[in-house]
Write a protein that binds this ligand. Sequence first.
Ligand SMILES: Cc1ncc(COP(=O)(O)O)c(C=O)c1O
Length: 412
Amino acid sequence: MIDLERIRGDFPILDRIVNGHKLVYFDNAATTQKPIQVINAIVDYYKFHNSNVHRGVHTLSQEATELYESAHEEAAKFIGAEGLEEIVFVKNTTEAINLVAYSLGMWSLEPGDEVVITAMDHHSNIVPWHLMSELKGFKLRIVRVKQDGTLDLEDLADKVSSKTRIVAVPHVSNVLGVVNDVKSIAKIAHEVDALILVDGAQSVPHMPIDVRDLDIDFLAFSGHKMLGPTGIGVLYGRRDILGSMRPFLGGGDMISEVHSDVETGKCTITYNAPPWRFEAGTPNIAGAVGLAEAIRYLRNIGMENVLLHERDLVEYTLRRMEELGKTHVYGPRDPGKRLGVVSFNVEGLDSHETAMMLDSYGIMVRSGLHCAQPLHETLSIQTTTRASFYIYNTREEVDRFIEALKEIEMVA
Ligand SMILES: Cc1ncc(COP(=O)(O)O)c(C=O)c1O
C-alpha cells in the first residue's frame, strides 16, 4: 500500500531528536513537513533558473515562466480541472477565499442577497464573508453543526433559498476531521443558481479530488498543507466564472492594456485573461516550483493510498484511545466519516498544558481553538488538543502518543 520506510527516508526533519525523543510530528493539519525532493526543487530553481516570469525574452525568464506555468498545469491535473486557466496561484487558502469574497462581493453582491457558510468553518471562511457583508449589506446564513460534529444538511437545505448567491463550506473540518458531502451540497446550491465555494485546505492534501465530479465552482487549498512550501496556494475557479469576474488585486501582469490620460486623470484598462487576471505582481515562483514537486510526490504515492493510510491511522488511534480513562475525543466515532484529525481533551488539563506535556515526549500536536471558535462554541468546549496525521506517520508513533497520554493522565 504505502512504503512507509521509503517515504520517511525522504523527510530529513523526521530524524530530529526533540526533548530527548525521536520527533513525532502530529501537527499536519497546521502544516506538513517537506520531502527532500521538494526542498531540492526549490534550491535547484534558485541555483539554476531564477528570474521573473512573463516579462523577459531571455533564456532564464523563459525557463522560469515555463516552470511557473507548468506548475499550474500540475495543480489542474491533480484536482481534475480543465487546465491552467482554471488555476489561480495565491498565498494560501485564506487568500483564495478572500479573492472570491472580494471579487464577487464588491461587484455583484447586494442588500437582499445571502451567502451561506457553516458553524464548522475555519475563520478564513467566515471573516472575509463577514467583512464583505458589512460593506455591501448582504446577509450571512450560518448552517448548524449537530452535536456529533457533522453538518446539519437539513438546516443547510432550509437556509439555501432563491436569495442565496454563494454557498461556502469546508470539505473537511480542521478540528474533527468530519468529511462533508460537498457533491450533495453543490446540487442544493445549483438548484437555486447559487455558486459553491469549497474550502479544501483539509481535503485536497488527504484524498482524491475531482472538481468536475464534485461539480463545484471554486476550490481553495494551501500548498504548505500538502508537502509544499509556505506562501503558495490555489484557487480553482470554473473557467466561465473566472472569466466573468473582476480582479481582486491590481498591478503588473494582470492587465492587457493600460492607458492613462494626463489631462482628465482617466485610466482605460483592459484585464488579462484568467488565471493571470488574478495574479497581480511578481508571484511566488519558487513556491510554485515546490508545489508542483509536492504534487508529483503525492501523485507517485497515489491519493487513494494516502487516504487509506490515514483512515488506518485514525481507526487505530480511536481504538487505542478507548484505553484511556480521562481523555475525551470529539467528533463521530465512525472512522469512515472522518479523515486524519483527532481532537481531544484530558480531564483536569487545559489543551495547551496537554500539548506542552506531549512536547516533552517529543510529540508535536496543536492546542487551542484551531481558528474555529464557532465550532468549539457549538460543541460547548473551551479549546481542544489536536493530533493530525499524514503519509509519514506510523502506528508505532500512535503507540508512543497513547503511552505518553497514559502517563499524562496519571499526573493530570
Ligand atoms: C479548513 C481550513 N481552512 C482554511 C485554513 C487556512 O489555511 P491557510 O492558513 O493556509 O490560509 C485552514 C488552516 O488550518 C484550515 O484548516
